[in-house]
Design a protein. Structure first.
Length: 451
């Protein structure tokens, strides 16, 4: 096992990985920008290296400086977290060229699965159904219009690289396709360095369901059930839960088994997530595979009792999976709410600033409560990075009790100095649609954005 591991990230995810390291007896090494140098969460590490100025392009995204930091601190492994360099094949390859174990899959697999069209081809060959769409990136708006006419409206234009809703446009007509194509391509180029766009048929009332996987280098793989991630705003997840209220036990078992077989079929190793779109008729289609730890992984941890972050590090050390599928016994229900420093009544505008108060209850309602955060009262929420303040995760014996616990926890939270998304979460949790489990990606139940 590794003695020292560098965490090439910041904030909540860096603190989470540091905690996993300590659980394995590994010394966690941190990196920071000048903006984060005096942050309270830096105390989570045994040693810290400053990478450069506040701008991520001059600090957290500087591959050369990150690798140098690993060498100068004696770290033989590196965990990229999520975001920044987490899904960069070039960075994974650079680490391994310098003798640093990258906590993630092989760079070649990252390249294959990180671009939508090749990933769809690979997963289709591995036995998963895919959403009807174009055969690879589109040459121009004319080609997009031709495919849209063939599949029927509505359709989605999507960036072939990256995700998170950037470079994505829903189109209801040929005029919209032609108008949106250039804008989607430009946005994709700016965000991911590639303006390649492909097209998919948009499935009405679709649901976002993903399967958590763990695969080792010896050809063993397991799944930890599925997560429902359909509560989204502009393709950014707000609330996740497990198990999905949309699946029957038989559907759940079949989906997990097929996901494992598909991952092993392409030679996947490490922790990973296969994302599916569930159509209104119950059909499930492969969307993409995330070759990293997911923000919402605690949902699966609370349902299964398995520390995914620790297992991911063990897999990077070429240790065999110590669990069989029969060892994974999901219990109860878990829900996660992402609390961001945003003003939901002003178009979800980011609200950086000083946290005058930042308190969450130690317990709430009839279930158990976990709060993953890197912040405390008095800390500054930086304008330079993402606005995540905390992830509030609850677990209870039933979905109804989990909802009750989450409502109690968020109602008792005290966050002052910045606006937060807590009002949105409470509105969703109180809505009839969410409570019944009958919701989809098309709206935020219980919440109406102001014009």
């Amino acid at each position: 096992m590794f003695q020292r591991l560098l965490i090439a990230n910041r904030g909540e995810v860096a603190v989470r990985i540091a905690r996993a390291c300590r659980g394995l007896g590994i010394a966690p090494i941190g990196v920071v920008s000048e903006a984060d140098r005096d942050a309270s969460w830096v105390g989570a590490f045994d040693q810290v290296v400053c990478l450069g100025p506040a701008s991520a392009t001059e600090s957290y995204l500087r591959m050369d400086r990150v690798v140098q930091a690993a060498h100068q601190t004696g770290a033989t492994a590196l965990h990229p977290g999520w975001g920044f360099l987490a899904e960069s094949p070039r960075f994974a390859r650079l680490c391994r060229q310098h003798g640093i174990a990258f906590v993630g899959p092989d760079a070649g697999l990252m390249e294959l699965l990180g671009t939508k069209s090749p990933a769809k081809e690979a997963m289709a060959a591995a036995g998963l159904p895919v959403v009807p769409g174009s055969d690879g990136p589109l040459e121009d708006a004319d080609a997009a219009a031709d495919y849209a006419q063939a599949f029927g409206y509505p359709v989605l234009l999507k960036a072939d690289s990256g995700g998170g809703g950037r470079g994505m446009r829903r189109c209801e007509s040929e005029d919209e396709v032609r108008e949106a194509f250039a804008a989607a391509s430009a946005e994709a180029l700016a965000a991911f360095g590639s303006g390649a766009i492909y097209l998919e048929k948009f499935l009405e009332r679709g649901r976002h369901v993903e399967v958590q996987l763990l695969c080792d280098v010896f050809g063993n793989g397991i799944h930890l059930g599925e997560r429902e991630c359909s509560i989204q705003r502009k393709h950014q997840k707000l609330i996740e839960e497990s198990p999905s209220p949309a699946l029957t036990p038989a559907e759940r078992a079949e989906l997990g088994e097929r996901a494992v077989l598909a991952a092993l079929g392409v030679g996947y190793t490490s922790a990973g997530t296969i994302e599916f779109l569930r159509a209104e008729d119950g059909s499930l289609y492969f969307m993409e595979m995330n070759t990293r730890l997911q923000v919402e992984h605690p949902v699966s941890e609370l349902v299964t009792g398995i520390d995914i972050a620790q297992l991911q590090i063990e897999l990077a050390a070429n240790r065999p999976l110590k669990l069989l599928q029969s060892d994974v016994v999901p219990r109860g229900h878990a829900i996660e709410c992402r609390v961001n420093a945003e003003d939901p009544r002003d178009g979800f505008r980011p609200t950086p600033g000083r946290l005058e108060a930042f308190e969450f209850p130690a317990e709430a309602g009839p279930g158990t409560l976990r709060v993953d955060t890197h912040l405390a009262a008095g800390d500054e929420v930086s304008p330079y990075y993402d606005s995540l303040l905390a992830k509030v995760i609850v677990h209870a014996d039933s979905r109804e009790l989990a909802i009750e616990t989450m409502r109690a926890a968020l109602s008792a939270a005290k966050v002052e100095g910045v606006s937060t998304t807590i009002p949105v979460h409470l509105a969703v949790l109180a809505s009839a649609e969410f409570q019944s489990g009958d919701y989809d990606t098309g709206s935020i139940p219980g919440w109406q954005e102001e014009a």
